[in-house]
Every structure is written in C-alpha cells, then in structure tokens.
Design a protein around this ligand. Structure first.
Ligand SMILES: [Mn+2]
Length: 388
C-alpha cells in the first residue's frame, strides 16, 4: 500500500501467526501461495509495526520436533522479537489438527487422549511463558459432537472443567504470570461445539476452581456464524471484567467459517465494536484472526488492511462521539426524567418496595415519549458514509 501507515505499536494490534501462515488451502482446494514458516510469519508482522503475535504451539514447533531443534527455533523467534520489537502476546495449543483429536481433546472418551491433550497444553504453556505471553487461549476446536447420543454433554463439560482446573493449578504452581482465555465457537469443525458463545464460556468459567484466572476472547465471526449479535458478544465479557483478548474479523451470517478481514462484511457493525472497545477503555491486545483471500499471492496486503480498517473506524468513532446532532438525539433518548423516583429502583428494601407499590404511573402517557431511532441510525449511517 502506498498510503502512510495509520497504526502504531501503541495501538496494541496483534495477529495470529497462523493467519499469515494460511496458504490458501480450503476443504475443496489446495494451497495457493507459499507456506510461511512460524519465524518468517513473526518477522513479517514485526517488520510491519504489529505490536504482537499469537501462536499455536505447532505454529512454531511442529509435533515431534526434537528438544534441541525446539530450542533453536525459540532462539530464532526471540532474536526476531528483539530485532523487530514484536511481542508474543498470546499462546494456545493446537488440539484439533492431529487425527488423535478427531473426537475431542479435553472431552475425548479416551482417558489417554485427554491426558495427552493436557500434557500437550502444559508444554504449550511452557513455550508461551518462555516467550513472555500473558494470555493463553483455549479454543476447543474438536470439543463437540456429531452424535449426541454417543457423547454425554454433561460428562463432556465435566471433563473440560477437569482439564482447565488441572492447567490453572499448573500455571500457579509454575509461578507463570498468565491468564487463560476461552474462545467460544458454535460449530465447525464439529457439527456442534461446547461453549458456543461468550455467555456459555462465562457461565463455565464461574464453575472453575480459579475463576479469576480465566476470561474470554470472543471472535466476531464465530458468533455471526450462529446469526447472533457481535456487539453483544463482546459487551457481555467486557461488562463482566472478563474481556482478556478479542479476535477481530468478519463473516456473513449463518455460513461456513469465512474468516474475512475486519470490516469486510458489515462496516457499521465493525464500527460499533470499535466504539465499544474505545468507549470503555479496553486496554488488552486487539488481535486479528482471519486470513487473506485465497486469491492473494502473499498475506501482507491483508495484514495492512485489517489495521488500517480499525484505525479508520476509530477515527469515525471520534466523529460519532462528537457529532452534535447525534449526541443531542442520544441525550434525548437516554435522558428520561426520573424526578420523583429517588433511589427506588437502585436497590431493594421493604421501604423501597412499599414506595414503588404506592407510585402512580400513566402507561399511555409514558408510551407517548418520542424515540428517535430512525434518525439516530440514519445519522450514524451518514457519518459512516462520510456525509456532512
Ligand atoms: Mn480465533
């Protein structure tokens, strides 16, 4: 791109190493561009002033790599981190590619597969700690079922919890400064997956031995695959103080996992996600988890467009928040008169209940208040389209 870069490292953008290592293969076709190595992926991102990279254990260290080779790869990655300034921001375990996980990892029927999965996650956590990553992601790619009669979902969730509890205790015992993050997804590659949305993940986290050690990294495309609202998907963990990372991308609703670039499908929705993160001062990394179109020869236009889209949307958020017409309409909408209510709705007490019981309301009159949703939505559209 000829345009001057709009982003800086201080924006805290991150990419999954796997996003640029994606060589364009899909279930119907072979790779369409050269396969980058893990270190080359990290280098390319670092050279483009990306703040951080996320990685699966096997993005850097393929399964079966001898220990000496592992250490050599790690030295190379550390050297690239030193020379480009890029940080390792999140690690994760690949518990889905190898056929051993064809029926799940933490939720497999086979205790040996479950034990292998936990062992692999321990090694991945060690790797992440060695590179200084403060977040460790759990995306249960194979934790699900096609045949529910053959896999008790209650038992599966118990097994999932056992694994998470074991690994939380491992992190504490090692003294690593690391939080866990669950990445929900409703389906694909399994027909149905456990922990389908941020709400599912939050409820599950509350049942862990160390709920304070775990949060959520919602992915916009994942919830969109279920036809749900991406802004709400991000808002719930944010409100719960559990948004530890976010995976930004785009997706047409109710389709296969398209993993398109941020803003590529629905710019208004993307704008509202940026507004949410910005209005509430989200301070974590903003990671892109998507991949270049299969028609691309290399991943670098893709990397630049994602960060550019975020920064342009961020500038629009400033416009939205300072637009006098929009601000006035929103104030009218949200500033209903509460005279006479006092603190009656703030907290329950017998006194407040008695007071509320005695209040007189005129629902017909209340219903007359104008709600300028058409005008507000249109004003947002105008700002997005660059109208005066
Ligand atoms: Mn993701």
């Amino acid at each position: 791109m000829a345009r001057k870069a709009l982003w800086k490292r201080s924006d805290k953008f991150a990419f999954g190493a796997w996003t640029v290592m994606n060589a364009g293969g899909d279930p119907f076709g072979e790779a369409t561009r050269p396969q980058l190595s893990g270190p080359d992926a990290v280098r390319g991102l670092g050279e483009r002033d990306v703040y951080g990279f996320e990685f699966h254990d096997n993005d850097l260290v393929p399964i079966g790599t001898p220990p000496r080779r592992r250490d050599a790869i790690l030295r190379e990655v550390r050297k690239i981190m030193g020379s480009t300034g890029i940080k390792a921001t999140a690690g994760t375990t690949n518990l889905f590619s190898h056929r051993v996980f064809k029926d799940g990892a933490f939720t497999s029927h086979d205790p040996k597969v479950r034990a292998y999965a936990v062992q692999k996650a321990m090694a991945g956590i060690d790797l992440a700690a060695e590179l200084g990553a403060g977040v460790y992601i759990f995306w249960g790619g194979r934790e699900g079922a096609e045949v529910d009669v053959a896999k008790d979902p209650v038992e599966a969730l118990k097994r999932f919890r056992e694994a998470m509890n074991f690994l939380c205790a491992y992190v504490l015992d090692q003294g690593y400064k690391m939080v866990f993050s669950i990445e929900p997804k409703p389906n694909e590659p399994r027909s149905d997956m456990y922990l389908a949305t941020a709400g599912h993940a939050l409820a599950f986290i509350a049942t862990l031995d160390h709920p304070d050690m775990a949060g959520v990294n919602p992915e916009l495309a994942h919830v969109k695959m279920a036809g749900l609202n991406v802004v709400h998907e991000v808002a719930q963990p944010l409100e719960a103080g559990k948004l530890v990372d976010i995976h930004l991308n785009a997706q047409k609703p109710l389709r296969f996992d398209q993993d398109m670039s941020f803003g590529a499908d629905n710019p208004k929705e993307a704008l509202l996600v940026v507004k949410l993160l910005s209005d509430y001062g989200y301070a974590g990394t903003k990671a892109f988890d998507c991949h270049p179109y299969r028609t691309e020869a290399d991943p670098w236009d893709f990397v630049e467009r994602n960060m550019t889209a975020y920064k342009l949307l961020e500038a629009k958020v400033d416009r939205v928040n300072s637009d006098a017409r929009l601000v006035a309409m929103l104030e009218e909408l949200t500033g209903a008169d509460d005279a006479g209510l006092g603190d009656v709705l703030l907290s329950y007490s017998r006194k407040n209940a008695a007071k509320l019981r005695g209040m007189k309301f005129d629902p017909a009159k209340l219903a007359e208040r104008r709600l300028l949703y058409e005008r507000i939505d249109q004003r947002l559209t105008e700002i997005l389209l660059g109208a005066e």
